[in-house]
Design a protein around this ligand. Structure first.
Ligand SMILES: [Mn+2]
Length: 368
């Protein structure tokens, strides 16, 4: 049976250097899903372009090869302006996860994520038929009949593109644009966490992708709260040796922490950036490093301890801590613990942070 043979590939697929199943992986997935009436595609909360592109690409594969329809879901809302632009420009029809009717004859396929990562709101009793992902240390894949996790790849969209290529299926302009942007956005920054397979997929997709839509997505216009949070974060950024820590305060949307971390890591005097802020009753954290082998995901897990959840890749990580209280003193307590743990994890001596922007200059510019 396809299910058991796919599960047998689990060990090799954890190692990114291998090609689990080789040419046969997409065949096995299609075979595994052949008896279902349709497919429900799910991803992590606040789906990013890699999640959206992967879901779109797989829906296209299932439609073309199995003649089956897929429901593409959205867990939580999409905050980043570029990601909203992607949904709008490509006219992606997303069903809010809370509106999904879970039926036994529909296969639930999870992309760019794994169960039990704390990054889902799908009910616990929903059975996952397949996982297609590139995250190294994540939740549990136990008991899931089809697992293709290739931690060596830069993006899940790369894996989905390989499936399309295996099946000799040329992507439509919309699908190619989505997959291309999914890979490209996942590999931004320097150094890139990319492999020759990621670049190969980009090269293949580029010929089919709409360059105008790509440009429109990348230059998405930004709302006022973006600038308000940015200035709050810049005014509350402190340098500790090769680390910059920034307090962004209330986040208009949870992805703002990552957007600011992406910006701060470009500061030439630091190797690590940590940004946190409050969204609803959660402390949202984002970490970036310029170290290619920084193991940012593991580092953030170490920093967060059992206060909350964290995960990520070598250069990027994110996490959240549920808050009992958002009173200033409660927030200050958690920030103190995080600062101590972070300095410890990065081998930086306890010290007073240096402001990125001196207080005197802040006051002068306000008065001016
Ligand atoms: Mn991804």
């Amino acid at each position: 049976m396809a299910a058991s043979s796919a599960a047998g590939k689990q060990q090799t697929s954890k190692n990114g250097d291998h090609e689990p199943g080789g040419q046969g992986t997409s065949h096995k997935l299609l075979e595994h899903l052949a008896d279902y009436k349709g497919i429900i595609l799910v991803s992590h909360v606040h789906p990013d372009p890699d999640s959206l592109g992967s879901m779109l690409g797989l829906a296209y594969l299932f439609k073309k090869k199995l003649k089956k329809n897929s429901v593409i879901t959205r867990d939580g809302f999409i905050g980043r302006a570029e990601n909203q632009a992607m949904v709008r420009c490509l006219d992606i029809d997303l069903k809010p996860i809370e509106d999904v009717v879970w039926k036994d004859n529909y296969a639930v396929v999870m992309v760019d994520s794994q169960p039990n990562t704390g990054r889902h709101t799908i009910p616990d009793d929903v059975e996952i038929a397949a996982i297609i992902d590139h995250h190294e240390f994540s939740g549990t894949t136990k008991g899931v009949p089809f697992v293709d996790v290739r931690a060596g790849l830069g993006a899940t969209c790369t894996l989905v593109t390989k499936y399309l290529m295996e099946q000799k299926l040329d992507p439509s302009e919309e699908i190619a644009t989505a997959l291309f942007y999914g890979i490209e956005s996942e590999l931004t920054g320097y150094p890139r966490e990319a492999t020759p397979q990621d670049d190969g997929a980009l090269l293949y997709l580029y010929q089919y992708a709409s360059k105008d839509l790509l440009a429109e997505i990348k230059s998405a216009r930004l709302p006022l709260p973006y600038f308000e949070t940015l200035i709050q974060a810049l005014q509350n950024s402190f340098i500790y040796d090769h680390l910059i820590m920034s307090w962004a305060g209330d986040l208009a949307q949870p992805e703002l922490a990552a957007e600011i971390a992406d910006f701060l890591i470009r500061f030439e005097e630091v190797a690590w950036a940590f940004v946190c802020g409050v969204y609803e009753n959660n402390l949202i954290m984002s970490v970036r490093t310029v170290n290619a082998k920084g193991r940012a995901g593991e580092l953030l897990q170490e920093v967060v301890e059992d206060l909350g959840k964290a995960g990520g890749h070598d250069r990027r990580a994110g996490g959240s801590i549920p808050l009992d209280s958002t009173a200033p003193s409660a927030l200050e307590n958690i920030r103190t613990i995080l600062r101590k743990n972070l300095l410890n994890a990065l081998d930086i001596d306890e010290q007073r942070g240096q402001r990125l922007v001196a207080r005197r200059e802040l006051l002068e510019s306000i008065q001016g």
